[in-house]
Design a protein around this ligand. Structure first.
Ligand code: C2E
Ligand code: MG
Ligand code: MG
Ligand code: MG
Length: 281
């Protein structure tokens, strides 16, 4: 351990690992109070049909603004939350808030969107997850068919039996399941078949890297998903060229900065209204 004595006589660590670990502890302790302090909020990224650029759904993405730490990315705080049951509290908060917002969006715009929610493996470890989700959903009166749960690919090969059974229970209840970040994990084709998945989301790394080198892979994923009766969403579309290519492969849906960044609720509603108005005029 790289430990040294400072000029003022205090011990401090100079190794990067210690620094990182101290920072993690600090972020985690702030995160523990984030819901109570009302520091979490959601943004929504629209999902478009690639054929005619219609918005058919939105994905809820968690955001955290902390006084001491500033804006912290979910890529940083979600993995920390996943180390304990904190992810469960955050997960229920996200679902409750997103459904609340979905009711408002539906009222204000009269558009019936599908809502995608990201779910962590750890949330599926508790047996009462499906019933708690149902309680929240019923409270908001949102139809099951409008909700899509996004799980990451690595989850499918997990050894945890309970995650499997809870996932199947959710699907039997009628929740729609999407496989997020497809292509980044190691799942064999067989895994895809073992789950009642409706949607495969092609990871943005395939879309953003040189299209020429990934064209074959992307085409194969779209073809395979189609054969298995699933639809595909391409993540991370940033350019017109990427849109055009994805569209040419038969990929049905797209998401990315080229279409829209994630938006706060008010801006989501404004975007939907502006599109309606342009259709009417
Ligand atoms: P994800 O579910 O795969 O979400 C897509 C990520 O890509 C989002 O990052 C989104 O802002 C970003 N993105 C969208 N379009 C583009 C694009 O054109 N280019 C690029 N470079 N990026 C794009 P974000 O919001 O930082 O979220 C990161 C991850 O954190 C999510 O990946 C998801 O795994 C996790 N996450 C976010 N919110 C939640 C949540 O409520 N619960 C759980 N369990 N995980 C969450
Ligand atoms: Mg997602
Ligand atoms: Mg993803
Ligand atoms: Mg993800």
């Amino acid at each position: 351990k790289a430990k040294s004595i400072g000029q003022n006589g205090h011990c401090f660590y100079t190794s990067d690992m210690e620094e990182t670990s101290r920072n993690r502890t600090r972020v985690k302790s702030q995160l523990a109070g984030a819901i109570d302090r009302n520091e979490l909020y959601l943004e929504y990224q629209p999902i478009y049909t690639l054929s005619d650029r219609e918005i058919t759904g939105i994905e809820a993405l968690a955001r955290w603004q902390n006084e001491e730490l500033g804006q912290v990315s979910p890529a940083e705080f979600i993995p920390l939350a996943e180390e304990s049951d904190m992810i469960c509290h955050i997960g229920y908060w996200v679902f409750d808030r997103a459904l609340n917002d979905l009711v408002k969006i539906t009222q204000d715009t009269e558009v019936e969107l599908t809502l995608s929610i990201n779910i962590s493996a750890r949330q599926l470890r508790s047996d009462d997850f499906p019933s708690k989700m149902e309680e929240i959903r019923e409270r908001h009166g949102i139809d099951l068919s409008r909700i899509r749960l996004e799980i990451t690919e690595s989850l499918l090969i997990s050894e945890h039996a309970n995650e499997h059974s809870v996932l199947c229970e959710l699907s039997e209840k009628g929740y729609r399941l999407a496989l997020d970040d497809f292509g980044t994990g190691y799942s064999a084709l067989g895994y895809l078949q073992r789950y009642p998945l409706e949607v495969v989301k092609i990871d943005k790394s395939f879309v953003s890297d040189s299209l020429a080198s990934n064209a074959f892979l992307i085409k194969t994923i779209v073809y395979m998903a189609d054969m298995a009766g699933m639809t595909t969403v391409a993540e991370g579309i940033e350019t017109p060229e990427q849109e055009e290519f994805l569209s040419s492969t038969g990929c049905m849906y797209g998401q990315g900065f080229h279409f829209s960044r994630p938006l706060v609720l008010e801006d989501t509603i404004s975007l939907l209204k502006a599109r309606q108005n342009s259709l009417l005029s």
